[in-house]
Design a protein around this ligand. Structure first.
Ligand code: ADP
Ligand code: MG
Ligand code: ZN
Length: 559
């Protein structure tokens, strides 16, 4: 059979998608490959087709049990002999499957990385003819990636113990250079054929909003998209339940998905959505892996996700059919706090505490970049593409920034005041204290730190706080200063700060025109007593924020 016949006979497709054929050919020629394609591009076929054409068995290393199950059942339905070996099997089932594998009954075997170096598995593979190893979700091997799995590091050791080295294919949707390099090095790929398909999804329109009332924002969007189906992602199960219930009450055709539901309910809800029995899916990030629904017209993020990788993957579930679709992110300050809370309480990722600390620090960095996405006034698409290591133009014409009007503002004076204030307090305080000082707040903390004696105290009292934050963020993006990634968010100067402080530097910045509504600024002037941080939040959020702050102070005292 030819590759085209396999494509048609087993998968029912007439032609390859961009890049697939090149990777199939390379693997058939015995060349290692590294395939970097966005989620949904069709990476599985790139190794499944060679697997069927090569003589022996293909092992696929895959990180998630649900992914393995899905793939194997799809393959089985297509009449391909495939199986998975992971902890979802009982000991007896596992042994049986391994026995069948040794008899050569399977063409493709999915295996959990943790199984590779077990004596049982190692012994079994000695008598199998393994032609290819495919490493799916290969970014799991990199600590730069969001899904680092230490057991992926064992793959090379496993390969070395095979009687002959099979050809290796690695696949991922993470295109950052660090991750790419890690994959090649840590899997010891031999002169691999590399394929990076474009990450740009031109049919997706990206929007960031910071609405006062998120639910109202969702409702007004839905009112304009009555006939469409879409996904609403929330950060927590509780949020999912709330949003789903409210929509249900309003008469929407809606279902939900999160890890707190039973297997059965999850399956039913997922199918209701996939088969168009329900129009709207409200879900946590547990929803979507391995789901292929082409007519999702919008993906709304009710909360900002933890990083750009998650965001782009989730948002990317919209518009798989290539028709116009919308990706809307509803930002609130609380989302940062919630994500920070998740990071602080992250499971022990490694037995080594130093590695765990490092992973946590990287998560903080990534959260920061996600937050900047919500604040940038540059083209959102360009921001995304640059994040993933690609270069776009700085105007796409199809994102909320390109579509809204901006003006260039000279923010030199404010920028100087911020940097000056940081310098004068000898870089000891966090963003809130700095902004409160500039704004002239009269809080206990400001008095305690004697910040009311800072020569910049009250210097920017007329600027609304959100603008000060924007400028502070921009100063970070442009590397005049940085904010430590720990819980204190201490503001420190970078060498470049001297250009503004001691030289005649100027700073211009794009700002949204609509944000110039002055009434709010006037109102704020009379209320300079509240904290800048608290002012960005609702009462409820402020309470959570204060609680967290108290908790952090306590923790800090213990150290
Ligand atoms: P990825 O792993 O890159 O996220 P998948 O391998 O899961 O993507 O494929 C996504 C979807 O695209 C699947 O439903 C798959 O059947 C479909 N697909 C893959 N290749 C083709 C093709 N050549 N023609 C049509 N559909 C394809
Ligand atoms: Mg995949
Ligand atoms: Zn744009």
């Amino acid at each position: 059979m030819t590759k085209y016949e396999v494509l048609k006979k087993y998968f029912g497709y007439d032609s390859f998608r961009e890049g697939q054929e090149m990777l199939v050919d390379a693997l058939l020629n015995g060349q290692d490959v590294l395939g970097i394609m966005p989620t949904g591009a069709g990476k599985s076929l790139c190794y499944q087709i060679p697997a069927l054409l090569l003589p022996g068995i293909t092992l696929v290393v895959s990180p998630l049990i649900s992914l393995m199950k899905d793939q194997v059942s799809t393959l089985n339905q297509a009449g391909i002999h495939a199986a998975f070996l992971n902890s979802s099997l009982s000991a007896a089932q596992y042994r049986k499957a391994l026995g069948f594998a040794m008899e050569g009954r399977y063409k493709i075997i999915y295996v959990a990385p943790e199984r590779l170096l077990t004596p049982e598995f190692l012994c079994a593979v000695q008598s199998m003819e393994i032609s290819m190893i495919s490493v799916d979700e290969a970014h799991c091997i990199s600590q730069w990636g969001q899904d680092f799995r230490p057991s992926y590091l064992k793959i090379t050791e496993f390969v070395e113990q095979l009687p002959a080295r099979p050809v290796i294919g690695a696949f991922t949707a993470t295109a950052t250079k660090e991750v790419r390099d890690d994959i090649e090095a840590l899997l010891s790929l031999r002169d691999p054929v590399r394929l990076v398909t474009g990450f740009d999804r031109k049919n997706l329109k990206f929007t960031v909003q910071q609405p006062k009332d998120k639910f109202a924002a969702v409702e007004s969007f839905l009112a304009e998209h009555e006939a469409d189906c879409g996904i609403i992602y929330c950060l927590t199960r509780k949020n999912v339940e709330e949003v789903c219930e409210k929509l249900e009450q309003k008469g929407y055709s809606v279902t939900r998905y999160h890890a707190g539901l039973s297997d059965l309910e999850r399956k039913e809800n997922q199918e209701d959505f996939i088969y168009d029995r329900k129009q709207i899916m409200v879900a946590t990030n547990a929803f979507g892996m391995g789901i292929d629904k082409s007519n999702v017209r919008y993906v709304i993020h009710y909360n900002m996700p933890k990083n750009m990788e998650s965001y782009y993957q989730e948002a990317g579930r919209a518009g798989r059919d290539g028709l116009p679709a919308e990706c809307i992110l509803l930002y609130a300050g609380q989302d940062v706090i919630t994500n920070q809370f998740f990071i602080e309480n992250m499971a022990q990722e490694s037995e080594d505490p130093e590695t765990t600390a490092l992973i946590r620090q990287r998560e903080e960095e990534r959260l920061k970049k996600m937050t900047f996405y919500c604040f940038t006034h540059e083209c959102l698409r360009d921001y995304i593409l640059r994040y993933f290591g690609e270069y776009g133009s700085n105007y796409c014409g199809n994102c909320s920034n390109c579509l809204s009007e901006f003006e260039t503002v000279d923010v030199t004076a404010a920028a100087k005041a911020i940097l000056g204030c940081v310098r004068e307090c000898r870089q000891r305080y966090g963003t809130t204290v700095i902004l409160d000082t500039l704004h002239g707040a009269n809080t206990a903390k400001i008095r305690q730190y004697r910040m009311d004696e800072n020569s910049h105290y009250g210097e920017l009292a007329k600027e609304p706080v959100y603008r000060l934050r924007q400028i502070l963020n921009e100063l970070q993006v442009r590397e005049y200063l940085y904010v430590t990634a720990d819980t204190y968010s201490i503001v420190r100067l970078l060498p470049k700060a001297a250009e503004l402080l001691d030289e005649d530097g100027t700073m211009l910045m794009k700002m949204a025109k609509e944000e110039k509504r002055i009434p709010k600024a006037a109102k704020e002037k009379t209320k300079t007593k509240t904290s800048a941080a608290a002012k960005d939040l609702s009462n409820e959020e402020a309470a959570v924020f204060e609680k967290l702050r108290a908790l952090r102070m306590e923790l800090a005292k213990e150290h």
